[in-house]
Structure formats: structure tokens, C-alpha cells
Design a protein around this ligand. Structure first.
Ligand code: AHR
Length: 507
């Protein structure tokens, strides 16, 4: 098969948003406990943070990390996680049917984030709590001192404010499964009032209102319309969440999941802008895609994929949704990253859910090693190389017929141009299961003679599209050199192997 792509130095979309390569740490399963935090682990530091996981987090290139949930946050008292660890209460976490020890809380996450070099995106509980708790946590985190909550922070060991800029106003409040689920008007008013009270404490914070939990929600569209009609002036972003999986062996539709992501993003932009027009507002509301990934939620015939929630008893950090990702999943993740990047004019924040163990690019065994899943690789390369300006990509590609989305481009792409070092980076996916794709790229306005990076993730020798990285074969799937890439002046030629994700960087 074949694809012709054009980019043009003058056709830019936006600067690559730094927060596009975010991740997510929820008190869920083994993401916190035995994920980022395991005091008894041989590789733990003096605070109990796993150094192997910290090193992989840095290599992944995550920039901003959402915390502490997720569904968990809608039943969480943030005060349970502060003060001497011995005094912290043990609680039932209804969202994930787990026992929460609260050994890890806000101070620990702040310290961990400093070590990881990541920004904090803090979610507040708008399920069981409201305006009062919302403004108190901002005072605790950001007020310099001389008040009850800021002095308590100092007493608990942090004299300097945490200075958390980015806050989520609850989580998935449109979902009937959410603790304290609300209608759009109930939530819109609560988000508005919580935002107002939080900003009265710290006017410099940025706020994300909950949008829809996925584009298939019955309230999708109407939810955003109502919530933003109430809270337009008070918030800066509206959130989107989406998880994709292969259904009944329909790999073609699964590989075209980014078509849904494109549709979802463009629909939310249109809805936000319609509220802007109707309300005669000046500012734009941008998008925070603060949960996205592949997640095998239903119908998995693979016994390796654990149950979503194990209801057999209340346990500390049970194993939940520790999906093991294969080659196909990595190619899909690459296309989802392409979709986010292509919409970088409006999607300013995105968080892959989650960071470790729970539907994550990093797996970590209790008292054992940590390693990279297949999906780690496209994320890490894009976080490293997608710098500067996002370029518009014009694609004329052979199509693949899909049951869910009709004809989808066989070759998917996004591109950036880093004016500082003069480098162009192109991120390709070949959705074709059996055929290689010949790709020609017209590099208008560029003179690129040297290929500085050419790597591909593909089915490894002796493997198939289901091959994964496991405890005993941690590097079966990774990036290998992509041979035969030819760049001359304003033209680039390459061949993408069947079912592959590739990066080419030029100067
Ligand atoms: O990331 C896993 C869960 O998915 C989150 O807790 C929730 O917000 C979403 O439904």
C-alpha cells in the first residue's frame, strides 16, 4: 500500500503543549502502593519511593501527573492523607472495593513529583464533598502561611507552599457509577461555585471542569453545553476521557480508534465554542484529555487480563486492571498520540491513564523488577522529540475498511518542527495488518538532508501482533532501527512494515 503526505513549514497548528505528555496516578490497585511507593522494596529510597519506577517515569517523559483519582477521588477526604502516618485513618474505598491505608497522601505525592520532575494536577472531590473542602485544600497547598490550613502544612513538614497550579473539579461526574454522580445542572453549578471559592484563595490557579466520560455517553454534548453555560467564566478547560479496546477480533476498527478520538475532540471544541458565542464570552475554553488509553474493559477472552474490580473481599492494593499490552495496542497508542498532537491548538493537557501497573506503560512487581510495556515506546519517543511547532499534515493514503468507522487512512501521521534545532519529527503508524506501506513525504519549505533518528516498533521475529513484554521477556517488543529511510532536500521516502509505529527525525 501507499501514502503521500505533505507538510509545509508555514502551515503550523500551535506550539506543542508541554502538558500534552501527561500521565495519571490514582489510588487504585497497585498504582500507588507497590507501584510508585513500596517502602520495603530493595530499590526504594528513604521515603519509600521506588527508584526503578522513578527512573522509568523520567524515561517515559511524563510532564504533568493527575492525582489522586479517578473514581477514587469522589469518595476521598484529602485530610486523611496528611499529618503523621501513624495517625492516618484506614478507610474503605468504595470505588475500587479496596482498603486505603492513607500511608501515601498529598505530601508524599508532592515529594515524589519533585523527584520525578513532574507538574502536579490535583483533583478535588466533588462527589461526596463540596465548596468548603475545595477552598480548604487550596489554602493548605498554596497559601504562604499565617492561617489555619497553611500553618498546618508547615507543621506537617512543608513550610513553602506546594504552589499547585492545575486543579480538576471532580472526576467523571456525568457517570452513574461515580460516587455522588450529578446531573449536568447540579454539577455545573457546583463546579462554578467551587471554582469561585478556590480562586478567592489563589487567583492564579487553572481549573478543569468535568466533561464526558466518553463520546458514547447518552448525555455527551448536552453535558458540556450545560456545564459550560454555568461555569464558563470560572473554568479554563473541559475534560475528555476515552478508552479503546479490540472487540471480537475486529482489529481494523480498533486500529482506527483515533478516528473516534478526532471526532470526540472536534465535537467538544464545537460545543465549547457554541457556548462562547451564545454567552458572548471572549476567552476560549481549552480541552484537557485527562484520561486516555487502551483498556480491555469487556469481553476479553484472555485470562491474563484481570477482573476490573475483585469483589471477593476488602484488601489493600489488590491487583486490578493490570492490562498487558501487545504490538497492536502500541500502534493504537501511537495513533491516539497523533490525534492529540494534531489537535494541540485546543487540547492543551492530556494524561495517559495510568502511570504504573493499572492500565499503564510501566509494570512493577511487588518486591521485583519494573519494566516497559509495548505502549511505553511511542509515548516516550513523542514526549522526547515532539518539540516546537505542530505542523499540519495532508495525507492521501490507501484506505482500510472498518466496521466501526468506514474507510480509514492506512497510514496515520503527525509532525512537528523544532525551530530551535531545525529538526522535523514525523510520527507514523501503518494500520495495515499484512502489508508494508510505501510513504512519500513532501517537505515544503524545508531542506532536510540528514536523518537523525529512524526507529520502528513492529512485530518482532518469531512473534505476532499479540506479542507483549512480560516479566520473563521484558524487551521482546521495543524500538529497532528503521532501515531504508531516504531524505533529500524537500522529499522523504520510507517503507513502514505491516502493523508498525515509527518515528523519523530529520535536519
Ligand atoms: O483510570 C481508571 C478509571 O477510569 C478512573 O478511575 C475513572 O475516572 C475512569 O472511569
Amino acid at each position: 500500500s501507499h501514502a503521500r503526505i505533505s507538510i509545509d513549514r508555514d502551515f503550523t497548528i500551535a506550539e506543542v503543549p508541554h502538558r500534552l505528555f501527561g500521565s495519571f496516578v490514582e489510588h487504585m490497585g497497585r498504582c500507588v502502593y507497590t507501584g510508585i511507593y513500596e517502602p520495603g522494596h530493595p530499590d526504594a529510597d528513604d521515603q519509600g519511593f521506588r527508584k526503578d519506577v522513578l527512573a522509568l517515569t523520567k524515561e517515559l517523559g511524563a510532564t504533568v501527573i493527575r492525582y489522586p483519582g479517578g473514581n477514587f477521588v469522589s469518595g476521598y477526604n484529602w485530610e486523611d492523607g496528611i499529618g503523621p502516618v501513624g495517625n492516618r485513618p484506614r478507610r474503605l474505598d468504595g470505588a475500587w472495593h479496596s482498603l486505603e491505608t492513607n500511608a501515601f497522601g498529598l505530601h508524599e505525592f508532592v515529594d515524589w513529583s519533585k523527584k520525578a520532575g513532574t507538574e502536579i494536577m490535583e483533583a478535588i472531590n466533588l462527589g461526596t464533598r463540596g465548596v468548603e473542602a475545595a477552598r480548604e485544600i487550596v489554602e493548605y497547598a498554596n497559601h504562604p502561611g499565617g492561617t489555619y490550613w497553611s500553618d498546618l502544612r508547615a507543621k506537617n513538614g512543608h513550610r513553602d507552599p506546594f504552589d499547585i497550579k492545575l486543579w480538576c473539579l471532580g472526576n467523571e461526574m456525568d457517570g452513574p457509577w461515580q460516587i455522588g454522580h450529578k446531573t449536568a445542572s447540579e454539577y455545573g453549578r457546583l463546579a462554578q461555585e467551587a471554582a469561585k471559592a478556590m480562586r478567592l484563595v489563589d487567583p492564579d490557579i487553572e481549573l478543569v471542569a468535568c466533561g464526558s466520560s466518553n463520546s458514547g455517553m447518552p448525555t455527551f454534548g448536552a453535558w458540556e453545553q450545560t456545564v459550560l453555560t454555568h461555569a464558563y467564566n470560572e473554568v479554563d478547560y473541559v475534560s475528555l476521557h476515552a478508552y479503546y479496546q479490540e472487540h471480537d477480533g475486529d482489529a481494523a476498527s480498533f486500529l482506527a480508534s483515533a478516528v473516534d478520538m478526532d471526532y470526540f475532540i472536534e465535537s467538544v471544541v464545537a460545543t465549547a465554542d457554541s457556548v462562547r458565542a451564545k454567552g458572548k464570552h471572549k476567552k476560549h475554553i481549552n480541552l484537557s484529555f485527562d484520561e486516555w488509553n487502551v483498556w480491555y474493559q469487556r469481553g476479553s477472552d484472555d485470562e491474563d487480563q484481570p477482573e476490573q474490580v475483585n469483589n471477593s473481599g476488602w484488601r489493600e492494593h489488590p491487583r486490578v486492571i493490570e492490562d498487558k499490552y501487545n504490538v497492536t495496542d502500541a500502534v493504537v497508542v501511537g495513533t491516539l498520540l497523533n490525534s492529540l498532537l494534531r489537535h494541540g491548538d485546543r487540547v492543551k493537557i492530556a494524561n495517559q491513564a495510568q502511570l504504573v501497573n493499572v492500565i499503564a506503560p510501566i509494570l512493577a512487581e511487588e518486591n521485583g523488577p519494573a519494566w516497559r510495556q509495548t505502549i511505553f515506546h511511542p509515548f516516550a519517543r513523542m514526549a522526547e522529540l515532539a518539540k516546537g511547532q505542530i505542523l499540519r499534515t495532508n495525507v492521501v493514503s490507501d484506505k482500510v475498511e472498518t466496521a466501526q468507522f468506514g474507510g480509514a487512512d492506512l497510514v496515520d501521521v503527525s509532525a512537528t518542527w523544532n525551530e530551535e534545532n531545525g529538526r522535523i519529527a514525523l510520527f507514523f503508524a501503518n494500520r495495515g495488518l499484512d502489508e508494508a506501506a510505501d510513504v512519500e513525504v513532501a517537505l515544503r519549505g524545508f531542506d532536510a538532508g540528514r536523518v537523525t533518528r529512524a526507529e520502528v516498533l513492529r512485530v518482532p521475529e518469531g512473534g505476532d501482533r499479540f506479542t507483549r513484554n512480560t516479566l520473563h521477556a521484558q524487551d521482546q517488543v521495543g524500538l529497532v532501527p528503521l532501515n531504508g529511510v531516504k531524505a533529500a532536500g524537500d522529499e522523504l521516502k520510507l517503507t513502514l512494515p505491516a502493523l508498525s509505529w515509527a518515528v523519523v527525525e530529520l535536519e
